[in-house]
Design a binder for this molecule. Structure first.
Ligand code: 13P
Length: 253
C-alpha cells in the first residue's frame, strides 16, 4: 500500500517569521496526518529552511524547492545536498515547471540532481508536466514519457522507488483550471506504466505519483480517490494553515 502524501510548495512566499509561525501552528494537523497514515510536508524557501526545520513538529516533512548536483565549489547562488543535510533537510523538489521555464532547467539537469540526492539517501520530488500547447496538440504522453525517461536515466532500480513523482500540467498551475480527475488519473497511470517499462512491476507499484495544479480543499478528494494518484503537490492552497488543514481533512473524510 502506498502511503498518501500531501505536500505544500510555498514557492517564493513567506518571510522566515511567517514560515516559522505556520509550522508552529501545525501540531494538531501533523498529529491527524500521522494517525491517518498520511505523509505531510511543506517546501519553504532556502532562507527559511533552517528555522522551519528546527521549529516544525517532528513528523512534518520539510523539503527544499531546488538543489544543486555538486557538493561545493564555484556555483554562485547555489545550495548543495550536503548543506541541506547539515540542517536535517532530506527532501528537494526537482524540475518544477517554474524552474524549467524561468531558469532553463532541463530533464538532463534534473537527472544529475536526482542521482546526487539519491546517492546522499535523500528524496527527490521530481516534477513533470506539459504546456497548454503540447496538451492541445494531443502530445502530452510523448512529452511526459521523455521527461520521465530522461529524468530517471542511470538511476538504478533499488533507488528509483525512493523518488516521488509529481504530474503538474503547466496549464493548470495557479490558473484555477485544474485538470479533470480523469485526465490526472490517465496521465498518472501512464507515468506508472512508464516506470514499469523502465523498472518492472514492483517499482511501479511502490513509487508514489502526485497530482498538482490548482488543487484546493474542494477538489482534492477527487484526485486522491483515483487509483494511480497517491497525493497532491499544492501551491496557493497550502499557504494558509486553515486551508492546509482543510486539504488534509478532505483527503481523510
Ligand atoms: P497551485 O496549487 O497554486 O496551482 O500550484 C501548483 C504547483 O505548482 C505546486 O508545485
Amino acid at each position: 500500500m502506498r502511503k498518501k502524501l500531501l505536500m505544500g510548495n510555498w514557492k517564493m512566499n513567506k518571510t522566515i517569521a511567517e514560515a516559522v509561525k505556520f509550522v508552529e501552528e501545525c501540531d494538531s494537523i501533523v498529529d491527524t496526518a500521522e494517525k491517518n497514515n498520511i505523509d505531510l510536508g511543506v517546501a519553504p524557501t532556502f532562507l527559511s529552511l533552517k528555522d522551519v526545520k528546527a521549529k516544525a513538529p517532528k513528523g512534518l516533512i520539510i523539503s527544499a524547492q531546488n538543489v544543486n548536483d555538486q557538493t561545493s565549489g564555484a556555483f554562485t547562488g547555489e545550495v548543495s545536498p550536503e548543506m541541506l543535510q547539515e540542517i536535517k533537510v532530506t527532501w528537494a523538489i526537482i524540475g518544477h515547471s517554474e524552474r524549467r521555464t524561468y531558469n532553463g532547467e532541463t530533464s538532463q539537469a534534473c537527472n544529475k540532481k536526482m542521482i546526487k540526492l539519491l546517492n546522499q539517501n535523500m528524496v527527490p520530488l521530481y516534477c513533470c508536466g506539459e504546456t497548454l500547447e503540447t496538451y492541445e496538440k494531443g502530445e502530452t504522453k510523448n512529452f511526459i514519457k521523455d521527461q520521465i525517461v530522461a529524468g530517471f536515466k542511470d538511476i538504478p532500480c533499488d533507488k528509483a522507488k525512493n523518488v516521488v513523482i509529481a504530474y503538474e500540467p503547466i496549464w493548470s498551475i495557479g490558473t484555477g483550471k485544474n485538470a479533470s480527475k480523469e485526465i490526472a488519473q490517465d496521465i498518472c497511470a501512464f507515468i506508472r506504466a512508464t516506470i514499469k517499462e523502465l523498472y518492472g512491476e514492483g517499482t511501479a507499484n511502490d513509487i508514489r505519483i502526485l497530482y498538482g495544479g490548482s488543487v484546493k480543499p474542494n477538489n482534492i478528494k477527487e484526485y486522491l480517490t483515483s487509483p494511480d494518484i497517491d497525493g497532491a503537490l499544492v501551491g496557493g492552497a497550502s499557504l494558509a494553515v486553515d486551508s492546509f488543514h482543510d486539504l488534509l481533512m478532505n483527503i481523510i473524510q
